[in-house]
Design a binder for this molecule. Structure first.
Ligand code: CIR
Length: 254
């Protein structure tokens, strides 16, 4: 059961953030509307929100997921793999302090982006990507083992279609994973029920399960129909402006 989430509104410098996709510049007003709808959806799922104000010094700061790994047992601040994002962690440390007695942190030369970390019950998948390196993955795996979790690394460095592991993988609760075709046959996911997203709807592989509902990006009717047929209760959200900055639903909250 999730009770609380931390989000940060996008700010005036949002369009200056990092992106590998060529979907044009995001419109801030629209991004703010979409962010409000996202926050409303989380509240509908029963969450209390901490909404942080934009920080213009960090154009990618709205993608708070990348700055920490949160478990019921403890929290680990990351060391983001993009130099321009390392400074985002300081204000997240402050926001997390009331919720955790102690905060661990990934140390150099390790780097970890939260977008590479997929928790599936007591099993955690750690993506090795162009943001999360071996040293970071090892530090995180040790910390996870100490809390009773199993960690499995999944190398996605050759997959140009995704920035982070979770751009192509989501845990939907129970034993169910949502994943892109390129990851579908990976041995790490063999014991799970796999819902494979078709190539032309690959962006929708980043979804989030919150207290029994699934938040899914709008514009992917085939996946929507399949998830509804499986009995999932969906909340469909327009993510167009965040997609332009290479972000998805999971990236926007901790
Ligand atoms: C970046 O490239 O770092 C941001 N523009 C997007 C980060 C998306 N975060 C995520 O998938 N967890």
């Amino acid at each position: 059961m999730f009770r609380h989430a931390i989000v940060r509104r996008p700010g005036a410098t949002f369009a200056q953030g990092l992106t590998r996709v060529e979907l044009g510049p995001p419109r801030l007003e629209r991004a703010l509307e979409q962010h409000r709808a996202y926050c409303d959806a989380l509240r509908t799922c029963g969450l209390e929100l901490t909404v942080l104000p934009p920080d213009e010094a960090f154009p990618d700061g709205t993608f708070v997921e990348d700055t920490a790994i949160l478990l019921p047992e403890g929290a680990m601040l990351t060391r983001p793999g993009a130099a321009s994002r390392i400074g985002e962690v300081a204000s997240i440390r402050v926001a997390l302090a009331p919720h955790y007695a102690a905060l661990a942190q990934i140390a150099a030369p390790g780097s970890v982006d939260g977008g590479d970390i997929c928790e599936a019950g007591t099993q955690v998948f750690i993506g090795l990507s162009h943001r999360t390196n071996e040293a970071g993955a090892e530090q995180l795996a040790r910390w996870l083992h100490g809390h009773g979790y199993t960690a499995t690394t999944v190398d996605v460095r050759q997959l140009d279609s995704i920035l982070h592991l979770k751009s192509g993988l989501s845990f939907l609760g129970g034993r169910r994973l949502l994943l892109i075709e390129e990851l579908a046959a990976h041995p790490a996911f063999a014991g799970f029920d796999r819902v494979v997203v078709e190539r032309d709807e690959a962006y929708a592989a980043n979804a989030i399960e919150v207290n029994g509902r699934i938040l899914v990006a709008a514009g992917h009717p085939k996946l929507e129909a399949r998830l509804r047929a499986l009995g999932c209760e969906l909340v469909v959200l327009d993510m167009s402006e965040f997609a332009k900055m290479d972000g998805g639903l999971s990236c926007l909250s901790l």
